[in-house]
Design a protein around this ligand. Structure first.
Ligand SMILES: [Cu+2]
Length: 448
């Protein structure tokens, strides 16, 4: 198993290589736009809840476990540089994958722009095979659409291509290869694009971008298997699996937008929020007019789409935001196991132990006990627990596509504020004998 220090060293080297072009131009970019921040006057402070706004009134995007792509202004054109390359990626502490991505990470950095802006995007191919980049949802000239063989020649390994077009409408879009899609996307080549409206818009205080993805990484291996079509065992938000996913920290009263993209293989993800209702406000087709918006507690994000949701964070607490498919909130779950729920193992363990001394029937009372046992068993190399991490009330029985929205009163920082401190009397607790007598026996008297 690779040591943490070695991993960080290797990852840094990759990041350094990927960002070489950016480093070389840092001074020039700083001169052009001031510290490399967008020229539209908005200076973000990483990790801070920031009340400053750009001219369009937009809050800057927050990418949990991710980042945005720097750009420089050249004669009024925003110039970006994507580097397609192999990436050593940590899905959660304990699980590292040999992936492909952009600029040293998967998903690639979020590309930000403003409605009407012209973009020139250089794509350098450092993969061992050809690639291309499709700008999913962006309305552009046909020859910039990135479909290898149809609208452009492939980008051979070692070469740099140039794309140039205008972002004509606001919204959330995506980018991904359109050559050997099965392999390249399954290994992590995915990214999001955020285009802010140019004119005034309704106030948004916290604006998050989350890419949903699915992977098969067999226990003990490092390379995601791109040939799998159905049975995935790592489900991720921005290529991280819970408990490796950063929480979404918001201040009570904030108007929150979450931009959810899905570039997975097969699965549509019903993303469920607790404690709030979400308004569906946009797709990769663009914003939805207010009259067409509707409320949901669960928004389905099908493969190859974006859903933008908004809500007012008016309910303090630690609220899950997760895929509602039960197998998508577990890590490295095996399937096709014998179903032993309800069997009586009495006598069975003794007989089998004569052949296999360590044998023990598990799962006959449900799967929860397996987690109790798992805590005492050694984890195989390069793998993570199926589900479960220590929470304020015991084990949080979740993994995979799961994160926590932390709504807090009056906070000024986007740093993780820790667990929610519940007001007295607002936490579910064991019923007392007196309460049972008072409430349940009385209701039985009435036939309730
Ligand atoms: Cu799902």
């Amino acid at each position: 198993m690779i040591s943490r220090r070695k991993f960080i060293g290797a990852a840094s080297a990759l990041v350094a290589a990927g960002a070489a072009w950016l480093s070389e131009t840092r001074a020039a970019r700083a001169a052009a736009v001031g510290s490399g921040v967008p020229a539209d006057g908005f200076t973000p402070v990483p990790g801070r809840l920031d009340d400053r706004r750009g001219p369009g009134g937009h809050a800057r995007i927050v990418v949990p476990n991710g980042t945005t792509l720097p750009w420089r202004l050249v004669d009024g054109v925003k110039v970006y540089h994507l580097v397609a390359e192999p990436v050593r990626h940590e899905f959660a502490p304990g699980l590292v994958g040999e992936c492909w991505g952009y600029n040293g990470r998967t998903p690639g950095p979020v590309i930000e722009s403003v409605e009407g802006d012209r973009a020139r995007i250089y794509v350098t191919n450092k993969l061992p095979e050809a690639t291309s980049v499709h700008w999913h949802g962006v309305i552009l000239p046909n020859g910039m659409d990135g479909v290898s063989g149809l609208t452009q020649p492939e980008i051979p390994a070692g070469q740099t291509f140039k794309y140039e077009f205008r972002f004509t409408k606001p919204g959330t879009f995506m980018y991904h290869p359109h050559l050997d899609e099965m392999t390249q996307m399954a290994l992590g080549m995915q990214g999001m694009i955020v285009v802010y409206p140019r004119g005034p818009q309704r106030r948004i205080d916290r604006d998050f971008a989350i890419m949903l993805s699915e992977w098969l990484i067999r226990v003990g291996t490092r390379r995601p298997d791109p040939t799998e079509m159905i049975d995935f065992n790592i489900l991720t938000m921005n290529s991280r699996a819970f408990p490796g996913i950063e929480p979404l920290v918001v201040r009570r009263g904030d108007r929150v937008r979450i931009r959810l993209g899905n570039l997975g293989v097969t699965d549509h993800h019903p993303i469920h929020i607790h404690g709030h209702a979400m308004r569906i406000t946009g797709t990769d087709g663009g914003p939805i007019a207010e009259a067409g918006q509707w409320l949901e507690n669960t928004v389905l994000v099908p493969v190859g789409t974006v859903r933008e949701v908004e809500f007012v964070a008016d309910n303090p607490g630690d609220w899950p935001l997760h895929c509602h498919m039960t197998h998508h909130v577990m890590n490295q779950m095996g399937h096709g196991l014998p179903n032993v729920i309800g069997i009586d193992p009495a006598g069975l363990d003794e007989r089998v132990q004569k052949l296999l001394p360590d044998y023990m029937t598990m799962g006959h009372t449900g799967m929860d006990m397996m987690l109790d046992h798992a805590e005492h068993m050694a984890q195989p190399p390069n793998s993570i627990a199926m589900r479960g991490v220590a929470g304020p009330f015991g084990r949080i029985d979740m993994g995979g596509m799961f994160t926590i929205i932390k709504v807090r009163e009056g906070i000024t920082s986007g740093e993780d504020p820790g667990w929610y401190d519940h007001p007295p009397g607002t936490v579910a607790a064991p019923a007392t004998a007196e309460e049972l007598r008072r409430d349940l026996e009385a209701s039985q008297d009435r036939g309730g």
